[in-house]
Design a protein around this ligand. Structure first.
Ligand SMILES: [Cu+2]
Ligand SMILES: [Zn+2]
Length: 184
């Protein structure tokens, strides 16, 4: 008993000190950020078949796009990827109804172009040997509101056959449009 008593006394002294130290760290409930706006849609190939999904999350300052392509969905290698101006993927052979890149201020194309980028520009997507791909990219283009993807005619995520060099006009040499997702 004589050995335990000093330990109990020590423990009793420590508990209130620890409780005091933790108290100021408790965050106020009101500082929790607002939930991001979300949108999810299917990505289709030139045959109109679903090859994957696009998930958008738009927070206060940045939009985050997650692209998931299933095995066999794309040719292996790098592919240009952009937001195009119209949310129409109905002409599956060429996806030309999606029009040009989202671009409200006549910027030049290309993330690496000194006179760019336009609002549709995104990093390239890499498809593995089995044709699958998983990527998350960010964009300053908002989902809704002024200049948003969900404007009157919507927008489309387009994946191209070749990689985007992020500099040459009009689309960085990315070639034919091989996949499309409607954002509306
Ligand atoms: Cu494009
Ligand atoms: Zn562009």
């Amino acid at each position: 008993m004589t050995r335990i008593l000093p330990l109990l006394a020590l423990a009793a002294g420590l508990v209130p000190a620890a409780a005091l130290a933790q108290e100021p760290a408790k965050p106020a409930e009101s500082t929790k950020p607002a939930e991001p706006q979300t949108y999810e849609t299917q990505i289709k190939n030139n045959k109109g078949e679903t090859i994957g999904t696009l998930k958008l999350r738009d927070g206060a300052n940045t939009l985050v796009a997650r692209v998931t392509i299933q095995p066999g969905g794309l040719p292996p290698g790098w592919h240009g990827m952009h937001f195009h101006a119209v949310g129409d993927c109905s002409d599956t052979e060429k996806f030309e109804k999606s029009k040009a890149h989202v671009n409200h201020d006549q910027s030049k194309h290309g993330l690496l172009n000194p006179d760019g980028p336009d609002e549709g520009d995104l990093p390239n997507l890499y498809a593995a040997q089995d044709g699958s791909a998983n990527a998350e990219v960010s964009s300053e283009t908002p989902m809704t509101g002024e200049g948003g993807l969900k404007d009157g005619d919507g927008s489309a995520l387009i994946i191209h056959a070749n990689e985007d060099d992020h500099a040459s006009q009009p689309i960085g040499g990315a070639g034919p449009r091989i996949a499309c997702a409607v954002i509306k």
